[in-house]
Ligand binder design. Structure first.
Ligand SMILES: *[C@@H]1O[C@H](CO)[C@@H](O)[C@H](O)[C@H]1NC(C)=O
Ligand SMILES: *[C@@H]1O[C@H](CO)[C@@H](O)[C@H](O)[C@H]1NC(C)=O
Ligand SMILES: *[C@@H]1O[C@H](CO)[C@@H](O)[C@H](O)[C@H]1NC(C)=O
Ligand SMILES: *[C@@H]1O[C@H](CO)[C@@H](O)[C@H](O)[C@H]1NC(C)=O
Ligand SMILES: *[C@@H]1O[C@H](CO)[C@@H](O)[C@H](O)[C@H]1NC(C)=O
Length: 322
């Protein structure tokens, strides 16, 4: 990525765009703050906070997992087994509320959201070591139908991500790996930001739907840094053509109703017009006083763009961004 390397350039930036000075200098990303299963709420633990019993495996850092071979790609940064396992059923409606570390909205809007499941083999999920878990995909979203807005934009807007469990899912205990990938830096190899999370459920019923072995992956293992959809030089081009990483949604899932068949699933490409060409702004990167670098909050950028930045200035920002 191209950073603002000189203080004079930074001064120029702040002169032209005084709003930049008000943006936080601390990197802010996020975590799963709440999971709702058929209307019942379960809180997730704030990363690093003293844990209270939860169904969501607690992570220790709101920063993204970087690199597709990172062991934390499994369930998130240093994820710890959670004490509780929630009851669920085939076809259960789940909502995942992602928040920024400071409790404000999720800060990213570009990239897919995907959901995987893995059986907690030979044990209950509160005891299950997921290192070698075999994950199958049950859902994936990319673009909203008809425009170049990603489903992830809804999460930035404060809405929960909706996921429906497969209607024929075999009973048993499962980890649900709900993952956001933020692609605002993905034009550089290794730039993709992975945010995996794991939630523990006990699925009842007498269904028998399972994935086949060739639909299953481990994490790490399921992705490569150079997969299309992870290293994505064209992610800001419109109309967006997106290819999901990982395995396809498991065949037994099709026929399930609800959000699984929603935005962008399957084909993985948008067919949008060019009217929303400003909706995929690359972020600017600043050097903070401490020397750490940090992508600007795209939300702030987007708000400002809507108010006043001309296309020329937006292009200039992109040219100094990543
Ligand atoms: C589960 O238990 C069975 C029977 O003891 C064993 O063969 C199998 O390897 C175990 N699987 C895992 C993943 O531990
Ligand atoms: C994009 O399409 C989705 C689904 O139709 C809609 O909810 C959203 O408001 C649209 N976004 C824009 C920016 O037009
Ligand atoms: C998920 O479903 C809830 C309840 O219907 C709704 O309020 C919310 O907006 C949905 N989220 C998205 C991203 O569509
Ligand atoms: C990811 O990590 C591996 C192992 O440390 C390293 O070889 C590889 O270069 C890294 N990939 C990127 C894109 O940084
Ligand atoms: C899981 O659900 C089944 C009913 O399908 C129930 O018999 C079992 O006790 C539950 N297990 C746990 C650990 O809650």
């Amino acid at each position: 990525m191209h950073l603002l390397r000189s203080s004079s350039l930074r001064l120029t930036t702040l002169t032209l765009f005084p709003f930049l000075a008000r943006l936080p200098h601390v990197c802010a990303h996020g975590y799963v703050a709440k999971v709702t299963i058929d209307g019942t709420d379960y809180s997730g633990n704030v990363p690093n906070a003293e844990p209270t019993p939860s169904i969501v495996r607690q992570i220790n850092n709101i920063a993204p997992v970087k690199n597709a071979s990172n062991p934390y790609l499994n369930c998130g940064q240093d994820a710890q087994k959670a004490a509780l396992v929630a009851n669920a059923n085939p076809g259960s409606q789940l909502q995942f509320l992602w928040l920024d570390g400071d409790g404000t909205h999720w800060p990213h809007d570009i990239g897919p959201i995907m959901t995987y499941m893995a059986p907690c083999v030979n044990t209950t999920c509160d005891q299950y070591d997921s290192t070698n878990a075999e994950w199958f995909k049950i859902e994936e979203t990319s673009l909203e139908p008809g425009n170049n807005t990603w489903y992830q934009q809804n999460i930035m807007n404060g809405r929960p991500a909706n996921v429906t469990l497969p209607s024929t899912l075999q009973s048993g205990q499962y980890l649900i790996r709900h993952e956001i990938i933020a692609l605002h830096l993905a034009t550089t190899m290794g730039g993709a930001e992975f945010y995996p999370s794991c939630t523990q459920v006990n699925v009842s019923g007498d269904q028998v739907g399972i994935a086949s072995t060739n639909e299953e992956v481990t994490f790490p293992g399921g992705y490569s840094d150079n997969d299309p959809g992870i290293y994505d030089p064209t992610v800001f081009d419109t109309p967006v053509q997106y290819t999901f990483p990982g395995p396809p949604v498991a065949a037994f899932v099709s026929g399930s109703s609800g959000a699984n068949s929603g935005s962008g699933s399957g084909s993985g490409s948008g067919t949008a017009s060019t009217t929303s060409s400003t909706s995929s702004a690359a972020p600017t990167t600043l050097t903070s006083p401490s020397g750490a670098t940090c992508a600007l909050r795209q939300q702030s950028l987007a708000v400002h763009k809507r108010r006043s930045i001309s296309g020329v200035m937006a292009a200039w920002i992109r040219s100094i961004g990543s």
